[in-house]
Design a protein around this ligand. Structure first.
Ligand code: FEO
Ligand code: CA
Ligand code: CA
Length: 638
């Protein structure tokens, strides 16, 4: 995201094969089918993708790269088309229509696309044999936050309860039904699946922390239910077809003006001012001074079943409470579920969850993410690494250190990771797993405070003081098993400008320039797609003078060569990517076009920076999901 946090998953394929989930290196399909996993897997995973995989003929990167630019335009390579599919304010199903003057009510907003699209995933419709049917499916899209200067006709003037409700309705997640006609896509309206999940939707809490005293409030004495999900940033999805949405900078919605902010709130960034959303003025849940347990009900990974529109989302507390960026789920060699997660703030940590039970498609699996072990990563200077368990009673996580139970370990995940000696990182964002090698890649977007007075200095895994460009780490789990507790790591690439006067900022890029890597995703061919989030305050000046607008690149993980595939309009971030099962379409989100540095937009001049995607007649810039395909119908990127 950009403001107000400028400085402070993913998938192998949307048409997974058994090997994609289990890891070809550690388990053959035959072994899996003979073992604990059922032959029913054949039905689920039997439809191997038609996308050519790495090792097939032709170069991995087969498109002409595009130049960086600073125009108010979305550009893709020659031979490609970028179609705007689903923009803020578009109805999820049959109506209501977007009003370009931002005049839609809160009630209407709750039936329309939210603002600030982020992670997304395509869930194809399948037949009984696992084949993709109808060139159709469900797109699930995160709406990370709002620019209330654009959301209301007069911005944040005359702030009132209706504006709070509209802001809350513009947060959360969309489920929309989409289908392809020729090469182009359309949103199906009406749709029996379409729905919005917002910051006010009822949902459940589950796992070890649910029902604990730390999660109980006057409105919810059970500690088992909560209203809404906040700041839904990156995402993930499970082998059984559910969506994982991640609560990132949820702290900014709370304020605590008591003058004595408790350590449990301070450690997560709750402050006297908040991030300026002003919800607490009309929704007292967000007054952290009087509602000290309400913040404990945010910062989780939330599971949504897109195929069951009546199902309540579930916050799975076993996955820890942090500023969750994404949730990359894979299966370990023995079928346990592993979820990789980053905590995006300077000097925070990288985590993974390993389920207690194995995934078996013939068994009910509703609680698979409720039982298991949460680990945090330690990167040794030698290139070795280990996963340290955050388990009550071990590694000093005991009552006398402030951890009276596993529930308390999870509610205070950051403090638990501090105690066990995890490695503070340069803002961990997305994590992606190579579909064949099972190597794990993580973006560390930047950290201008690395090495500053009183802050951690450079270390081999975060090697540059004042890291303005960011880097990408890569590690291999022992025996290529995602459940292993040991790994070997290396710096995959250091972003930078090879012509920079400061040698420390030249980096190790091959190919096109980029910095502040954020979104990260492997397609089924093994192309590593990288998306950038250079903060608006830094774009196109200073260290970033030569980099152009935020962008998406395709990278060959073998050579490290990156080639620019997309460059967005002014003031945007490029974030979120998923594909159709045949690899012929990429869905990409363009977030906050027209964002102004450091503050909300001026409602008197909504088009001051950008008019994308509607042009000057459109009223105001809008975040949007874009479908990108080749005019000749070929696989994207090939
Ligand atoms: Fe929402 Fe760390 O990006
Ligand atoms: Ca970011
Ligand atoms: Ca991000």
């Amino acid at each position: 995201m950009g403001y107000p946090y400028d400085e402070p998953c993913c998938n192998a394929s949307s048409n997974p094969r058994l090997e994609d989930w289990l890891g070809a290196a550690s388990l053959t399909r035959r072994q899996a089918l003979q073992g604990g996993l059922s032959v029913a897997l054949t039905a689920l995973f039997g439809c191997a993708g038609t996308v050519p995989r790495s090792g097939s003929t032709g170069p991995l990167l087969g498109f002409p790269g595009i130049p960086a630019h600073t125009e108010d335009a979305l550009r893709v390579p020659v031979g490609y088309v970028a179609q705007v599919l689903y923009a803020w304010g578009d109805p999820v199903s049959a109506g209501p229509a977007f009003r370009p003057d931002a005049g839609n009510s809160a009630e209407e907003q709750a039936l329309q696309a939210g603002m600030h699209h982020d992670g997304l995933h395509f869930f194809p419709f399948r037949d009984g044999a696992g084949g993709w049917v109808g060139d159709a499916g469900l797109l699930v899209v995160n709406h990370e936050y709002t620019d209330d200067g654009l959301l209301h006709p007069d911005g944040m003037a005359s702030w009132n309860a209706e504006k709070v409700r509209k802001s809350q309705a513009a947060h959360g997640v969309s489920v929309i039904e989409v289908r392809r006609r020729g090469n182009r896509w359309e949103v199906v309206r009406p749709s029996r699946y379409a729905r919005r999940v917002t910051a006010a939707s009822p949902m459940r809490l589950s796992g070890p922390a649910s029902g604990d005293a730390l999660l109980k409030t006057a409105a919810d004495p059970s500690g088992l239910s909560v209203l809404g999900t906040l700041n839904n940033c990156a995402n993930g999805f499970t082998p059984w077809g559910t969506y994982l949405t991640c609560e990132e900078n949820w702290n900014g919605y709370f304020v605590n003006r008591s003058g004595a902010i408790p350590e449990a709130q301070r450690r997560y960034g709750i402050s006297a001012k908040g991030a300026g959303y002003r919800w607490h003025e009309f929704d007292l849940r967000f007054d952290a001074a009087t509602q000290p347990n309400e913040p404990h009900r945010f910062g989780w990974v939330v599971v949504i079943d897109p195929f069951d529109p009546g199902s309540a989302p579930v916050k799975r507390t076993a996955l820890g409470r942090i500023k969750h960026e994404g949730a990359m789920a894979v299966l370990a060699a023995d079928g346990r579920v592993v979820v990789y997660m980053g905590d995006d703030e300077r000097f925070e940590y990288i985590y993974k969850f390993v389920s207690r039970d194995r995934y078996d498609p013939t068994l009910p699996r509703k609680d698979l993410l409720d039982h298991g072990i949460l680990y945090v990563a330690r990167f040794e200077p030698t290139g070795a690494g280990r996963w340290i368990p955050l388990v009550h009673g071990a590694n000093g996580l005991i009552a006398e250190h402030g951890f009276a139970s596993q529930a308390e370990v999870l509610v205070k995940t950051r403090q638990a990771a501090d105690r066990v000696g995890a490695t503070p990182m340069d803002r961990p964002e997305w994590i992606a797993v190579h579909p064949q090698s099972r190597d794990v890649y993580c973006t560390l977007t930047n950290n201008s405070q690395r090495g500053a007075a009183g802050k951690p200095g450079a270390d081999p895994a975060n090697p540059r003081p004042g890291n303005v460009y960011g880097h990408i780490l890569r590690w291999s789990e022992q025996n290529a098993d995602a459940a292993a507790t040991a790994f070997r790591w290396e710096a995959f690439l250091l972003c930078g400008d090879p012509e920079h006067a400061d040698q420390n900022k030249r980096g190790s890029l091959r190919g096109d320039l980029f910095g502040s890597p954020d979104g990260l995703w492997f397609d089924a061919r093994g192309v590593l797609w990288i998306q950038t989030d250079v903060s608006t305050s830094a774009l196109n000046k200073g260290d970033y003078a030569r980099f152009g607008n935020n962008q998406m690149l395709a990278c060959d993980p073998a050579s490290g060569e990156a080639r620019r595939f997309l460059a967005g309009p002014r003031g945007c971030e490029v974030t979120g990517v998923t594909a159709s099962p045949d690899g012929r379409t990429l869905f990409v989100n363009i977030q906050h076009p027209g964002e102004t540095a450091g503050e909300r937009s001026d409602p008197a001049a909504p088009q001051a920076v950008s008019t994308w995607p509607d042009g000057p007649a459109g009223g105001r810039p809008r975040s949007a999901t874009v479908a990108i395909f080749r005019s000749d119908g070929g696989a994207v990127g090939a």
